[in-house]
Design a protein. Sequence first.
Length: 294
Amino acid sequence: MPQPASARRQDFRFFHRLRVRWVEVDMQKIVFNAHYLMYFDTAVADYWRALALPYEEAMHQLGGDLYVKKATVEYHGSARFDDQLQVALKCNKVGNSSITFGGAIFRDDALLVSCELIYVFADPATQKAVSVPPGLRQVLADFEAGKEMYAVKTGSWQQFKADAAQIRTEVFVQEQGIPIEEEWDEADPSALHAVVYNGLMQCVATGRLLEHAPGVAKIGRMAVKRVLRGSSLGRGVVDALLAAAVDQGYREVLLHAQASAKGFYEKSGFIVRGEPFDEVGIAHIEMFKTIHQQ
């Protein structure tokens, strides 16, 4: 059954936020009923991001894919143009081959729509149901239990070269078009590397810390899988590298940020220093953060 009308915001850990667009409103000046299913489907994609799972790669590793079996929607109120909505989702049950989600759409604390979505995990080649893999079961259970969905590990290039190199190649070489010979340098073997692993042990982000000058460390090669950006993975890398800089006694950490990432680093306390400059054909800015040793 759909989520009851008594569903409350505090029943959910996950929320996808959106604003009603003009094109989604019908002649009654309310959101056309079919669009609510689109809202839920959009939220499902963001739910996988909250699980730190790059959906396509995760399903390929798991050997299957998810297919909608049933979608039930119950309407309690209407959303209107420019309303700011919160689409909540919760994994209610994992059966042998099915996964059942409960959903609710809120405007502030008012419940507008509730739903039940039933997916079947199946072999993509035959579309025949197969058992939900244990790894996916565990990831879903951990998320709904409020656990952290990724782990940050730090260590040497020798330890993490394969995973870190894969992410950096994907982001810098393939996505941003940086020549491969400019991506690798002599600093990697001596740097401290941070890598992020999700619940399926897929590497999804990386970064490194090296000595720039006596007392000054430098963060670089920050890379997060494209489909997972906007989550907290990059923040996890920065926090781990800053903690390492503190442990190693540095008084300052600097970095060369791509201009588009300025706001991201400002949230971690970094300050712009100097004028913008070009690096590998991309606009960069130097940013720094003073470390107060205890």
